[in-house]
Each structure stands twice: as C-alpha cells, then as structure tokens.
Design a protein around this ligand. Structure first.
Ligand code: PEP
Length: 256
C-alpha cells in the first residue's frame, strides 16, 4: 500500500443472512473508525435497513450489482438512481460469481460501469482469472483484457470514484490466497495498464484491492505490498470482529 492512497476495505455479504442478522452486523460496525475507508455490500433486500443503521457512521454502503439501464421495463433490476436514493454510494460490478453463474460478460460490465458512474455511484470493478487461465500462463492477459473491455465506456478515470478489485477466481471462498508476491505482481501490472489507457496520475491515485480468502491472519502480508490498497472481503466480512481486524491490518501498515 502506498501512503498516497487511502486504503479501502470492502465487505461483500453476498447472499447471506436475514434482515435481523444484517441489522445486527451493521450495528456492530456503526462505531467503527479506521484509517481505511470501509464499505459493505449487503444483499439488495437489506440495503434499506443497513443504510438506515449506518447513516451517521463512517461506514459506506454499496450494492452488489447495478442495472446498466437508466429506468424502465427491466424486471428484477435495480437502477443506480434507486441505489443512490436508498443511501448507497458504491456498487460492485463484474464480481466473478456474477460473471460465472449468470454469464455476465465484459460488455455488460462496461455498460454497468458507465451507467453507475454517470449517475453518481462509485464503482468497484472486479477482475480475475480462473485457475485454468493461470495454469496456462494467461492470467495477466485475461485480467488486462477484462479491465480494458470493462472500462471501454470511460474516456477518463476519476480515481476517487472507481476502484478495482483483483480477485483470482480460484481464491474466492476457497481458503486459497494468492501469494503477496503474485498479487503484487498483478496489481502492478493493472496499474501500468491504467497508466497506459489513461495517465500516470489517475493510475497512481486508483485504489486496487485484492480479494480472495482475505482473513485477519493473511491481511497484513497482502496489505504491505506497495500496489495493494485494500481488500474485498467475502466470508470474513460476515463477522464485524474479523472485518475490523482486516481494517486494522491496513491501519498498522499506514501508520508504520
Ligand atoms: C468476494 O466475495 O469477493 C471474496 C473475495 O470472497 P472470500 O473473501 O470469501 O474469498
């Protein structure tokens, strides 16, 4: 992590928990103070209650997905404006579970990124390779292609509004984690790609998070890498203690 960039720690609650559990988890985060920016991504049906609980807190709320459409006859979809109206400030785009379970491709991700940014939502764009792609030696190419294709509609990059999450698919929810060296290598390459596509200062300002079985025990080793600016946390974000312990790992690094 570079001290010019404020660390960002995201908690992806995925499709876990009922309303009471979401309120209770949000309540346990409400007084959190951190050097890192914190954002949680609850299931859609709990966004209203979670934004209420966290309204006066430092913890931001995001959605796990957003529609590429402005409004209209799009059954089951949720627009960026609806999310903003309900108190969200962020959305995930391109999480691998949506790419792989629902067949979301880069052009759909690009439409979502463009729409969300246009309407005023901040975007956390997820990219990552499968195990087969890594073993075939294609990880860098795959991830670079996802990045460039998903940003096709963005002629400029506002690093305050767009963050990346590098999440190797084989590390999500599996207990396997990329080594800090491999993760750093990919983050550095992503930053270089951003610099080529936009400019050096946007690339330097953009937060690139690592995701894939991040836990309190492995967070510090990852977050000390110069191009890893935070974490997107799935399983370990379902406990306030472990989520905040990961945020503290960012804290001890930035203050050291
Ligand atoms: C995720 O949901 O983006 C994720 C990285 O999950 P986990 O931390 O459980 O691997």
């Amino acid at each position: 992590m570079d001290t010019q960039r404020r660390p960002l720690i995201g908690g992806n609650w995925k499709m876990h928990g009922d309303g009471d559990e979401a309120i209770s988890l949000a309540n346990s985060l409400a007084d959190a103070r951190s050097v890192a920016e914190l954002v949680v991504f609850p299931p859609f049906v709990h966004l209203g209650v979670v934004t209420d609980v966290l309204a006066d807190s430092e913890v931001m709320v995001g959605a796990q997905d957003v529609s590429p459409h402005e409004s209209g006859a799009h059954t089951g979809q949720t627009s960026a404006r609806m999310l903003l109206d309900c108190g969200c400030t962020w959305t995930l785009v391109g999480h691998s579970e949506r790419r792989h379970e629902l067949g979301e491709n880069d052009s759909l991700c690009a439409a979502k990124v463009t729409r969300a940014l246009q309407e005023g939502l901040n975007v956390m764009l997820c990219v990552g390779e499968t195990l087969e792609e890594r073993e075939a030696g294609n990880a860098h190419q795959v991830v670079q292609d996802q990045l460039l294709e998903s940003l096709k509609g963005c002629s400029s990059l506002d690093p305050g509004r767009l963050a990346l999450a590098y999440e190797p698919v084989w590390a999500i929810g599996t207990g396997l984690t990329a080594t800090p060296e491999d993760a750093q290598d990919m983050h550095q390459a992503l930053r270089k790609t951003l610099s080529g596509r936009y400019d050096a200062s946007s690339a330097t300002g953009c937060r690139i998070l690592y995701g894939g079985s991040v836990k309190p025990a492995n967070a510090a080793a990852l977050l000390t890498c110069p191009d890893i600016d935070g974490a997107l946390v799935g399983g370990a974000s379902l406990s306030a203690d472990s989520f905040l312990a990961i945020a503290s790992a960012a804290e001890s690094w930035t203050s050291s």
